[in-house]
Design a protein around this ligand. Structure first.
Ligand code: FO1
Length: 309
């Protein structure tokens, strides 16, 4: 059995990560998660993508929303609203406990990696879930009118403003998580997360960036685009606003420096020829993950192809 490293954003990536976690022994799987969406709200350290991965893998996530916890209650948010507090970012009561514990661990001297490992254990997880970096990287969205922090863009403005660029503050000085020994992985999977805001901040981190460019044969992309639409979130909207085609070809071109293997949905066979001409090895699978079976089946298809490579 090979060793797998998943590069993962929020909802889409977490679904595939769940599939992998159901198949691989813990010792063969590490998940490096985007932290560019992290922010401090009410003095609490909130790491939405880490939380989404942790909740999804521990069967504690609200599957219909994709983020937050299942069987959530909203007493605190209601009381906050009654007192005229800010409620645009919805914090459920159970979710709040996670942010309080993380904030306390970090205030007591833990790194984000240590806090993540501690929280993962509290959720009964043995899978190695780690932040992409322990350094601060903050994603900003340049819109036509102004620069918005990621959560302002995503939640407060519901991804409505037109995007012109992305800014990752702190990225140049940040280091890819040194707890992740890149040479120990046979396969690196770029999950079906948003390439611009979820994956880009991860793959720009050194030394990962250089490693991927030097080892593209070890890197596979699972397309976040199916049938010219995003599986989830604003990927296709961002592509059109940036003047790109919303297609799997755009995804492949975006990652062409880092990978020469791509998994497409079985409905996207018409794109195969163009991708092969661009030097990609193309595999087909069902990329629609709307229940546990489809998440496990997709992970199994990816593993089956890569184990034989
Ligand atoms: N996403 C929303 O669309 N609205 C919210 O109010 C919201 C609250 C929230 C609270 C905690 C948390 O861990 C995630 C939360 N998310 C919310 C998701 C978050 O914005 C993620 O960054 C996105 O899903 C992108 O990965």
């Amino acid at each position: 059995m090979k060793n797998y490293l998943l590069l993962c954003g929020g909802v889409g990536g977490a679904k595939l990560a769940l599939g992998f976690s159901k198949i691989l022994p813990e010792s063969n799987l590490t998940i490096a998660v985007n932290t560019g969406d992290d922010f401090t709200h009410f003095n609490l350290k909130i790491c939405p993508d880490l939380d989404t991965v942790m909740y999804t893998l521990s069967n504690e996530s609200d599957v219909s929303k994709g983020w937050g916890r299942s069987n959530e209650s909203w007493e605190m948010l209601g009381a906050l609203k009654d007192l005229g507090g800010e409620t645009w970012f919805q914090l459920g009561d159970k979710d709040l406990a996670t942010h309080i514990i993380r904030t306390q661990l970090i205030a007591n001297g833990a790194s984000l990696s240590e806090a993540t490992q501690d929280l993962s254990q509290r959720f009964g997880l043995k899978t190695n879930i780690l932040p992409m970096t322990d350094d601060l990287v903050e994603t900003y969205i340049q819109t036509q009118n102004r620069l918005l922090s990621f959560q302002e863009y995503f939640v407060k403005h519901k991804c409505e403003p037109s995007v012109t660029n992305f800014v990752f503050k702190g990225l140049e000085k940040a280091e890819f998580n040194p707890l992740i020994n890149l040479a120990s992985f046979d396969e690196i999977i770029i999950c079906p997360s948003n390439p611009f805001v979820s994956i880009s901040p991860i793959i720009q981190l050194e030394p990962l960036n250089t490693y991927l460019k030097e080892n593209p044969e070890r890197v596979s992309v699972v397309s976040p685009i199916v049938n010219a639409k995003s599986l989830k979130g604003p990927t296709s909207k961002m592509m059109s606003e940036l003047g790109m085609d919303t297609s799997v070809l755009t995804v492949a071109n975006y990652y062409s420096e880092y990978s020469n293997t791509i998994f497409l949905d079985s409905s996207d066979t018409n794109e195969e020829h163009a991708l092969v001409n661009n030097g990609f090895q193309v595999f087909f699978a069902n990329l629609i993950m709307n229940n546990l079976d489809s998440k496990v089946n997709l992970a199994q298809s990816v593993i089956d192809c890569l184990e034989q490579k």
